[in-house]
Ligand binder design. Structure first.
Ligand code: IMP
Length: 434
């Protein structure tokens, strides 16, 4: 038996939803450990596209346990809407299979307003998703946040809300020049959410350890990507949580020895939504092609994603900071028809060639990519189910990326559907930890 973590190796939107959906078949439980409804995980099952923002993508496998860990920030309104949507689709979501951490922090209405107002006021925008993610994590660190369990004690919640809201309203009114909130509105709304969520609330760390003691396999589902990680990403153009493997430990209450395989998901090219440095960005020609063919629009905000060539410097950095043990390559089919293909193998910064990510965003902004050109292919690859069935150009592309990153691909996705996949190494196989 094994437990596997899925981590984004780029700036998010790597196609983790599909990889998680595939691997959920072999796991007993899927857990989201970080981020919030800034994420949008797209899963296509039987031609039906489902975009999930909070509930783990594993939910589409009947009977599997789905868990939201304490590292996630939950907008309860969005969560309840997503639960209702899944039920409408016929997905059973009872309290025997769906769990929410009692320690997860809540996104409050003032978080959303602060997020939007700050973005509006900034000269250089981060381009946040506007969902209140940053302000909610700030309050968590400032020790003035509200957690799911707070909703279950009405008197205490009321008392703290009054005092926290006094400060938030002053900040909104006098610093951001925005209207404040009446505490009663929030109180009633949030206590109502608490009553509806109560059946699902649990101590997730204890639940996970109980499942592991029963020899169940756990899949930890990442959101965003390593380059958006608050510590390891392109700060300050990042999200406000640990999207990398560190987030699994703090975001679920498990130790490092509980994770057997760390699967990094990388797209065959690079995309980014929002502001920030992006050395291999292509503003025309192949960039437009990638955007159109890859349907590169944000799953949460609908914003067009910036597109560029595969950046092996950035992806190798992600492999290192997460200790990834294998990779999943997605959207290889989108490169069909582009010739030649380019892979960034270094950055030229002030006439020097470097092979590591600089920590400063303004240095990365000056980086000129050093490319290796490789031949493309023209054949449709969506029906390939083994590497041998891929044209020579596609095989060579996969091999080149593998050599540059130093760890093997276990999974290559050649189309959006579940079965449009080449499985080389299932991370749940061959691990026998206990
Ligand atoms: P926030 O997470 O809404 O605060 O946004 C901070 C940055 O992270 C912005 O550039 C967003 O576009 C980016 N971001 C947040 N979530 C995702 C995601 O799921 N995919 C891609 N980018 C994301």
């Amino acid at each position: 038996m094994a437990n596997v973590a899925i981590i984004g190796g780029q700036w998010g939107d790597e196609g983790k939803g599909k990889v998680v959906d595939y691997l959920s078949e072999f796991s007993d439980a899927t857990v989201r450990y970080a981020g919030g409804n800034n994420a949008g995980h797209t899963v296509v099952v039987n031609e039906t596209k489902t975009i999930l923002h909070l509930i783990p993508s594993g939910v589409l496998h009947p009977g599997k346990t789905c868990i939201i860990g304490n590292g996630v920030v939950i907008d309860p309104k969005v969560l309840l809407e997503e639960m209702a949507l899944l039920r409408k689709m016929g997905v059973a979501l009872g309290s025997e299979r769906f769990f929410i951490s009692d320690r997860a922090h809540l996104i409050m209405p003032y978080h959303r307003r602060i997020d939007a107002a700050r973005e509006k006021a900034k000269k250089t925008r981060l381009g946040t998703t506007g969902r209140g993610i940053g302000p909610a994590y700030e309050d968590k660190m400032a020790r003035c946040g509200f957690r799911v369990s707070d909703l279950l004690d009405a008197d205490r919640f009321e008392e703290r809300l009054k005092s926290v809201l006094r400060e938030k309203n002053a900040y909104l009114r006098y610093v951001l020049r925005e209207p404040g909130f009446r505490y009663r509105e929030i109180l009633e709304e949030y206590l109502r959410y608490g009553r509806r969520l109560k059946p699902y609330v649990t101590d997730v760390s204890r639940l996970l350890h109980r499942l592991m003691a029963q020899r169940k396999q756990i899949l930890f589902e990442g959101a965003q990507g390593t380059l958006l990680d608050i510590d390891h990403g392109t700060y300050p153009y990042v999200t406000s949580s640990n999207a990398g493997v560190g987030g699994v430990l703090s975001g679920c209450g498990v130790g490092p020895s509980c994770i057997d395989e760390i699967v990094g998901v990388v797209k065959a090219y690079t995309t980014r939504v929002g502001g920030g440095p992006f050395p291999t960005e292509l503003r025309d020609g192949p960039g437009e092609y990638l955007q159109r063919e890859g349907m590169e629009y944000g799953a949460t905000t609908g914003r067009p994603r910036r597109c560029g060539w595969f950046d092996a410097v950035a992806a190798r950095y992600s492999v290192r900071v997460n200790g990834m043990t294998q990779l999943a390559l997605t959207k290889l089919d989108i490169l069909t028809g582009l010739d030649p293909l380019k892979i960034c193998v270094g950055y030229r910064i002030k006439k020097k060639i470097v092979s590591e990510m600089p920590p400063e965003h303004w240095v990365l902004e000056q980086a000129e990519p050093v490319y290796k050109s490789v031949p493309g292919w023209k054949q449709d690859i969506r029906e390939a189910r083994s590497l041998e069935e891929l044209p020579a150009g596609a095989q060579a592309y996969v091999k080149t990326l593998e050599d540059l990153m130093g760890i093997p691909f276990g999974f290559v996705s050649v189309g959006p559907r579940r079965n449009q996949s080449i499985v080389l190494r299932n991370p749940f196989d061959g691990c026998n930890r206990r």
